[in-house]
Design a protein. Structure first.
Length: 563
């Protein structure tokens, strides 16, 4: 509680731009507000209500640090008010504490006029100064910020791509048809320090939320490869020392052919002279349209299969081709990002050439980063590392907690979750982690959907979930590389392992959902082996419970994670 109060004090003083000497007044106000805030521990009531029996009154609350004008009577010709700063509330009475900068004293008054809007305006100005340091939120801000030339150039590049691709025709809007609006979206992609400059990208995006199902679109789906598939490919790359390069489709969604008639307003800043009342009849799909991912994927999938690539049966965004010498070429698609892996660089160049002939591509060379993960390779030791350090630092900066102290474990060993989250409902946690060749490729930690009547039941259901993932991984690797197989699932519960091999249904198992029993057939056929592992050597423990520092660090080392 002390730490929480101090954190509030720090934020309050910083937001109000007040000196640290007023920390005690800020702490008093913080406690005042905490006592009038609802808490889960007391059934969402406020401490004030529980203590006094009366509900909290919020009508007199003011913004800490806002300008306040206190009434004074210093003579007929003197000002009737003095400008102060609101500090808090006087206990027991409806008076307020004020800081008077003129005489540097804390005063108490109740005849006050507040100017909270001034502080709100100040906060908004600060926020605006921060959007300025990031990406502009709309067209008008993009053309008026410090980087306006770079953003305008990015918009020009986008418009050239749209025209080159013959994305639309300008027409008069037919009677009875509605117009889909559009907007510019700006993104500044940070380059690698000392290697490449930041990239400024502008995308014209249709406001697809106004589309009507069955009229403007039919099918919708997400166009992303599974993260487990990415890590599986990286594991193959590391173990077989493959070349790994990256491509980016400049205008991916623009390559899809539309099957519906969609009319869109002309882009802001690019309205054609003397045709201001015309609209764009879209011929190609556009970012933001509901059907754009589907149309782009149909086009890309058709291209890949026509060039002898096979689509994985276990992940539709994984493609592979087996050469005559037995080597493989792999391609993973994540919206408009592609990873290509092969033993020979010549094979990669061949695929790049084929793709560039069909689509407008940007060759990013050897892979350095994907989906916020930096990829580092040490080919001498056959090791590949994934790092999210820069992404984590970016998140910390976003919430202004970059100076926060790090801790050794995600949760203290003595910590107990509240009843509102999982303990007294007997819904345990499912946790598993899969490795292949020392590479962590898949993991999961989630609350189970059903009630468990014993630890054995809970562990049995975890084995079932882990075996489902094993089947998927076995299938994926059987397509990508038959030399790599996952067939053993380790569990630290001997009684749960016994249940998986016992075909008899009795009192201990009759209430377990039938869908969990399929694992028995899988194990009986020998497709998967379930083996005992010591609790001390089970890395999945860190997924389901709070651990000591020593045990947590040991679990990390078992799956090759280094802090």
């Amino acid at each position: 509680m002390n730490r929480m109060i101090i954190e509030k004090v720090r934020c309050m003083l910083s937001n109000a731009n007040l000196q640290k000497s007023l920390w005690a007044e800020a702490a008093s106000t913080a406690c005042f507000l905490i006592n009038r805030s609802s808490s889960v521990a007391i059934e969402k009531k406020t401490p004030q209500e529980v203590w006094s029996g009366n509900p909290a009154n919020y009508s007199d609350l003011k913004i800490f640090g806002c300008p306040a004008y206190a009434h004074v009577d210093n003579g007929k010709l003197e000002p009737r008010s003095i400008k102060c700063v609101f500090l808090g509330y006087k206990a027991g009475v409806k008076w307020y504490k004020l800081w008077c900068p003129e005489n540097r004293k804390v005063a108490i008054s109740r005849d006050i006029k507040y100017a909270e809007a001034d502080l709100v305006s100040y906060a908004l100005n600060v926020a605006e100064e921060i959007d300025a340091n990031r990406e502009p939120s709309n067209y008008s801000k993009a053309i008026s910020c410090e980087d306006s030339k770079k953003w305008m150039f990015a918009m020009q590049e986008e418009m050239e791509s749209l025209h080159k691709n013959r994305t639309w025709d300008l027409v008069k809007l037919p009677k009875g048809k509605k117009v889909v609006h559009c907007k510019w979206v700006f993104k500044k992609k940070e380059g690698t320090p000392g290697v490449e400059e930041p990239r400024y990208k502008a995308r014209l995006v249709a406001k697809g939320y106004s589309q009507i199902p069955g009229v403007d679109f039919t099918d919708v789906f997400s166009l992303v490869v599974k993260h487990s598939s990415i890590r599986a490919l990286l594991a193959i790359v590391a173990m077989h020392d493959l070349e790994l390069e990256q491509l980016d489709v400049k205008t991916a969604f623009l390559d899809g052919e539309l099957e519906e008639y969609i009319y869109m307003q002309q882009p802001e800043g690019s309205t054609v002279t003397e045709k201001e009342d015309y609209v764009c009849l879209l011929k190609k799909s556009l970012y933001g349209l509901k059907q754009s991912p589907r149309q782009w994927y149909k086009r890309f999938d058709s291209f890949m299969t026509s060039h002898d690539f096979k689509r994985s049966s276990f992940d539709s965004y994984v493609y592979f081709k087996k050469n005559s010498d037995g080597s493989f070429v792999y391609l993973l698609l994540y919206v408009d990002d592609m990873l290509i892996a092969a033993k020979d660089k010549g094979e990669i160049r061949k695929v790049k050439t084929q793709l560039s002939d069909e689509f407008e591509m940007k060759d990013l060379g050897p892979v350095k980063k994907i989906l916020g993960m930096e990829i580092l390779r040490d080919r001498k030791t056959s090791k590949l590392y994934l790092s999210q350090k820069r992404y984590i630092e970016k998140v910390l900066c976003r919430f202004n907690i970059q100076s926060a102290k790090s801790v050794s474990t995600p949760l203290a060993a003595h910590f107990r979750l509240s009843s509102a989250l999982d303990l007294d409902r007997r819904r345990p946690l499912t946790g598993y982690v899969f490795t292949i060749g020392g590479c962590t490729i898949s993991w999961k930690a989630t609350l189970q959907t059903t009630v468990a009547l014993s630890t054995t039941e809970a562990e049995y259901m975890v084995i079932t979930e882990a075996c489902k993932e094993t089947i998927w991984l076995k299938g994926l690797f059987s397509e990508l590389n038959k030399d790599l197989q996952i067939s053993t699932v380790f569990c630290d519960s001997q009684s749960a392992i016994f249940l998986t091999k016992d075909q008899m249904f009795h009192e201990r198992t009759k209430l377990i959902n039938v869908r969990y029993h399929f694992v028995r057939d899988i194990i009986a056929r020998g497709d998967i082996i379930v083996s005992k592992i010591s609790t001390h050597e089970n890395p999945a423990d860190m997924m389901t419970k709070s651990l000591s520092i020593t045990k947590f660090e040991h679990c990390l080392s078992l799956v090759g994670v280094h802090c």
